[in-house]
Design a protein around this ligand. Structure first.
Ligand code: DI6
Ligand code: FE
Length: 388
């Protein structure tokens, strides 16, 4: 998946050498230098890709929103449910009532389902606490999930996700508390690797998000943004102004904002699971991303309201069937470009000397099969930091 060369950057009859947690050599076996190896593993012609990276999830939460799904099928919309005090706010009630242990217990099967498909790095956001204590508890639960498993969890503080009931409609005052109370508490415990916000008519305006981004900058935390998911707000341009790691969703992004993202090196994160589940019809401008040479990532957006999806392979399939991305773009979207969306492009996402030895080993004849299958898991074996 190094890009620029052959399709998928594929190597045939290859050899990959590992020392400790890192790749030290990779290339055609016939050209390998003489190496003194403790162990040699013959993968019998299987394909090896970088371990998959799910760069946008909200997988730590409590409860279910299946009843809301029923309401939507009866005619309610995602936005009308949110405005009536359901939606994100109902998950906030469930998360505030859950202990850290309960959050870990409820979230574990979701993480394990991702891992079972070769995922070795997962981003997890807070955003269902909306007060300092509960936001910290969610992020601690996310870190705890990784502590006992062969997976890396990257955490994101999303205090500016929705307005909690106790804010009584005062969005500016709530944003002030995100910046002056929640973020300092999160940063004091070192619980977040980045800061995100939801820029939307039912959430926060670009001016309010700007305050959050300025506070993040004061803590030297990188930013990313839920931008132009349901309507055009100018969030992607704001993200670019702050050199955001990524702008995510982007169904309604304008060409001018796409150009701004290109200049800033901001990754476009495609979330076809939410598009599918909300039966959205506005397609993200894939051709504009291609023309502007913007790296496109693909993620599950795993969350109880808009994308109860725990299959990154199915997200890849949807990126192809719904958004018309190619299978190769979809795989780059869950490896090299997803790594870049997390600011980890130097550590993971390709198979190159110096990178971590996070691998997914597949029972497939060609990598296009990874995006092709639906409900089919061809993973043979998973390696995390050289172990597995
Ligand atoms: N956009 C989304 O798709 C999720 N959050 C966001 O800002 C939805 C979260 C939810 O409905 O629980
Ligand atoms: Fe999301």
């Amino acid at each position: 998946m190094t890009g620029g060369g052959s399709a998928y950057g594929a190597l045939k009859d290859a050899l990959l050498a590992v020392r400790g947690a890192h790749i030290v050599w990779v290339g055609p076996a016939a050209r390998a230098p003489t190496m003194d190896c403790d162990e040699v593993v013959d993968l019998a012609g299987r394909w090896v890709t970088p371990g998959l990276v799910d760069c946008h999830t909200h997988l730590v939460y409590a409860g279910s929103r299946a009843r809301e799904f029923e309401q939507r099928l009866g005619g309610a919309t995602y936005e009308s449910i949110a405005r009536a005090g359901g939606g994100i706010a109902s998950t906030v009630r469930a998360v505030r009532a859950a202990s850290e242990d309960e959050l870990v217990r409820e979230s574990t099967p979701r993480l394990e389902r991702l891992m079972a498909e070769g995922v070795t790095t997962v981003e997890i956001k807070s955003g269902y606490g909306l007060d300092a204590n509960t936001e910290c508890r969610m992020l601690r639960a996310a870190r705890t999930l990784a502590a006992t498993r062969q997976v890396r969890v990257v955490t994101t503080f999303l205090g500016a996700h929705a307005l909690p009931p106790e804010a009584h409609g005062d969005r500016d005052a709530y944003i002030a508390s995100v910046c002056a109370q929640q973020l300092p508490a999160v940063a004091a415990e070192g619980l977040a690797d980045a800061v995100d916000a939801f820029c939307e008519g039912i959430a926060f305006s670009p001016e309010q998000v700007r305050k959050v981004f300025e506070a993040a900058a004061a803590y030297r935390l990188p930013v990313k943004l839920h931008a132009e998911q349901l309507s055009e707000q100018g969030g992607a341009a704001l993200a670019a102004e702050f050199s955001a790691l990524s702008a995510d969703h982007l169904e309604h992004v304008s060409e001018t904002s796409v150009a701004a993202m290109a200049g800033a090196g901001t990754v476009a994160v495609m979330l076809p699971g939410a598009f599918y589940f909300l039966r959205d019809t506005a397609l993200p401008p894939i051709d504009a991303f291609r023309r502007h040479d913007i790296p496109m990532a693909v993620a599950t957006d795993c969350n109880p309201g808009s994308s109860p999806l725990t299959s990154l392979l199915l997200a890849m399939n949807m990126a192809c069937t719904l958004f018309r991305m190619t299978p190769e773009e979809a795989l780059a979207g869950t490896t090299r470009h997803a790594a870049k969306a997390l600011g980890l492009g130097d550590e993971i996402g390709t198979l190159e000397p110096g990178k971590r030895c996070d691998l997914a080993i597949w029972d497939i004849d060609h990598p296009s099969e990874l995006a092709y299958g639906m409900g089919h898991n061809p993973l043979h074996r998973r390696v995390f930091g050289g172990i597995g």
